[in-house]
Design a protein around this ligand. Structure first.
Ligand code: AMP
Length: 303
């Protein structure tokens, strides 16, 4: 039986511009993309905060995906806002504006019914909040962690303190270099493993992912797509597919990690095919499993 995943992260209004279109104040956030992607595999428990401006129609997205929102609190004030822009290569988001708003004073209180969660994902959010989540629950089987340059630059010591308690780090290549203060990715990965996490999954946009697990290394390409429209949330939907599948199969070893990396890559590939959550939130399990099989063909070779 699949295990439940507790996720904490941002629920946001995103304003986005890519060479192919733009959108104002659409539903986004690290916890949102993660939850929707992971919900195709396992039950999700969401912890986040939104403001009084958060409309009921957005809650419908969570309801549709059977995401438990008992930990999503609504307080007086404005919801977190992020504004980003992408150039033609779509690999790197340029942040134009970050407004923490209700996240500035947020102190997550984990509902009692979430305390036994076996899998925990600390999504991109203030590292002090990430740590306070771990302090409130009993030790899960797996804790995974994501962050971004905003927090690594702004709260480096808190990031380092939090990752001491983390099993799997899922961050992108630029963040890996920044966190380790080391330009070579392999050396940077080793340095981060020494900080606590045994496993590091480095997201490399259209070039795929690299996993450093103990002393072994595994690489997977990104799925080659003809239409890439909006990369926002690709990293979080990768993490959602990875953790969701991990919790569904409930096996923790290198074989399982490798298989779940492909599920993560499948979810990220769907996510970028349309703007915002459009594609990610309208999938069925057969489409996911079919693309998983296409991935197997894509990476198969004989010795
Ligand atoms: P990704 O493209 O997967 O790296 O994540 C994009 C999501 O991260 C967007 O939906 C944003 O709302 C969210 N985000 C951007 N900056 C921050 C931040 N500083 N803290 C938390 N969430 C953020």
């Amino acid at each position: 039986m699949s295990a439940s995943i507790l996720v904490v992260g941002s629920v946001a209004f995103d304003s986005l511009k890519t060479p192919f279109g733009e959108a104002e104040e659409i539903l986004g956030g690290s916890a949102t993309y993660f939850s929707v992607a992971a919900s195709y595999f396992s039950p999700i428990r969401l912890v986040a905060v939104v403001g009084s401006d958060f409309p009921d129609k957005h809650r419908e997205v969570f309801r549709k995906h059977h995401i438990d929102t008992g930990g999503l609190v609504q307080v007086e004030g404005k919801t977190f806002r992020w504004k980003g822009e992408y150039g033609y290569d779509l690999n790197e988001a340029r942040t134009l504006d970050t407004q923490l708003n209700v996240f500035e004073k947020f102190k997550p209180v984990i509902p009692k019914s979430y305390h036994d969660s076996d899998y925990v994902f600390l999504g991109n959010i203030d590292p002090e909040l990430q740590l306070s989540v771990l302090e409130q629950i009993r030790r899960p089987r797996i804790v995974a962690f994501d962050s971004m340059n905003f927090w690594i630059r702004g709260k480096l010591e808190a990031v380092k303190k939090t990752i001491r308690h983390v099993d799997i780090l899922i961050i992108n290549d630029a963040e890996t270099r920044m966190l380790a203060n080391e330009p070579n990715l392999v050396r940077a990965a080793k340095r981060i493993q020494e900080m606590g996490p045994k496993t590091l999954i480095v997201k490399r946009g259209e070039y795929g992912v690299l996993m450093f697990n103990g002393t072994s290394v595994f690489g997977a390409p990104a799925f080659p797509l003809e239409n890439v429209y909006d990369p926002t949330g690709a990293g979080d939907s990768f993490a959602g597919g990875f953790m969701g599948a991990l919790a569904q199969f409930n096996e923790i070893d290198e074989r399982a990690f490798r298989r779940c990396i492909i599920f993560g890559s499948v979810m990220a590939s769907f996510n970028v095919e349309q703007f915002g959550l459009q594609r990610l939130s309208s999938l069925d399990r057969k489409q996911i499993d079919d693309r998983f099989c296409e991935f197997k063909a894509l990476t198969h070779f004989d010795v």
